[in-house]
Design a protein around this ligand. Structure first.
Ligand code: NDP
Length: 325
């Protein structure tokens, strides 16, 4: 089978398409033939070494496909079942073997592409809006990289919860997408000072929560966008990691809260995986959550997909497709 491997940390050029044996599922594992793999920003951190992972490895933490074989003791799945997953390493390949309890069935009416597109970014937007900070009608929130994969989903979930949403992004075309997803206001942070704009839009009050996935370039100004006792949710490093911070400044700036959450602490067990992904799939089927899937790359062009994501040339979800799917 074909697999996209990382043998050493580095830029997109270190991604190498290699021929590997199709793995055999062990106890409680199934073999999944992948129909679509999700590209996520975390893949770039794992490739570059910002997040250190054991090498060599097959990249990719999200995908969807059909069960083709089940190991001994597998109870809930059989060949032919349509499944989706996140937090299983090795999705950039024709096949992946996965623990039975990390897979969720894809409901009827949801395609493989939608299944792959919904899991990691969908569950992330879910925990950010429902658990890290439970958004409601009285909230005003700031969402950076609003036209990105997580961004477009988070806008919709925030609007469904009744919150007022200010999105940021770098281009007019991206701003149109954020507005179409429901953002009440969109600030072009490439041209405008977003801190000033947030203060203007909120009449000086600020936002109750800032969702910041851009990191280094926006972190300090995002904090300054908060109202008193507001929540700073730093959940990514697209512009680089935040490495220095003085907690005492949270008091000086209005008794603020700061958290740095990670998806896998919000999927602590199977029950939480099933509940979060179940909500996401239900919202897709009910039309309350729209996935934007515009960027498809063959598996063999994984390098180009990383260059596009890191080059800020993508919007919504990016999918990698094995040959013949
Ligand atoms: P996106 O589709 O949002 O792509 C990243 C976007 O970040 C770009 O399109 C760009 O939008 C913006 N950006 C701002 N500055 C830069 C920069 N210097 N270089 C590159 N991009 C920049 O990616 P994802 O939806 O996959 O992920 C979004 C963020 O969420 C990532 O930081 C990721 O790590 C984080 N994340 C965190 C999780 C968690 O649990 N903690 C889980 C999932 C994702 P624009 O051009 O509009 O500025």
């Amino acid at each position: 089978m074909k697999a996209v491997r990382v043998n050493e940390f580095g830029g997109p050029e270190v991604l190498s398409v290699e021929e590997l044996e199709v793995p055999s599922p062990a106890d409680h594992e199934v073999l999944v033939k992948i129909e679509a793999a999700g590209l996520n920003y975390i893949d770039t951190y794992q490739r570059s070494g910002l997040y250190q992972i054991p090498l060599p490895t097959t990249l990719g933490m999200e995908g969807a496909g059909s069960v083709v074989a089940a190991g001994p003791d597998v109870k809930s799945l059989k060949p032919g079942d349509r499944v989706a997953f996140t937090n299983v390493m090795g999705a950039y390949a024709d096949y992946v073997k996965a623990p039975e309890d990390r897979l969720v069935p894809i409901p009827d009416g949801v395609s493989f592409d939608e299944g792959a597109a919904a899991m990691l970014q969908g569950c992330t937007a879910h925990y950010l809006s429902q658990s890290t900070y439970k958004l409601g009608k009285s909230d005003r929130c700031l969402i950076h990289a609003a036209a990105g994969g997580v961004g477009l989903l988070l806008i919709q979930m925030a609007k469904n919860a009744g919150a007022f949403v200010i999105g940021t992004c770098s281009t007019e075309a991206k701003a149109e997408l954020a507005t179409a997803a429901g953002a009440d206001e969109v600030v072009l942070y490439s041209k405008q000072d977003f801190k000033t704009e947030v203060k203007r839009i909120t009449g000086g009050e600020g936002v109750t929560v800032a969702y910041d996935s851009v990191g280094k370039a926006t972190f300090e100004d995002s904090i300054d966008c908060l109202s008193k006792r507001g929540y700073m949710v730093l959940y990514g490093n697209a512009s680089g990691p935040v490495t220095e911070f003085n907690p005492a400044s949270l008091a000086a700036r209005g008794s603020l809260f700061l958290t740095r959450p990670a998806l896998f602490d919000y999927i602590l067990d199977r029950a939480e995986l099933v509940a979060r992904s179940g909500d996401v799939f239900n919202w897709i089927r009910e039309g309350r959550l729209r996935l934007r899937m515009e960027h498809f790359f063959p598996l063999s062009e994984a390098r180009a997909s990383h260059e596009a994501l890191e080059g800020r040339r993508t919007t919504g979800k990016v999918l990698l497709k094995p040959e013949g799917t």
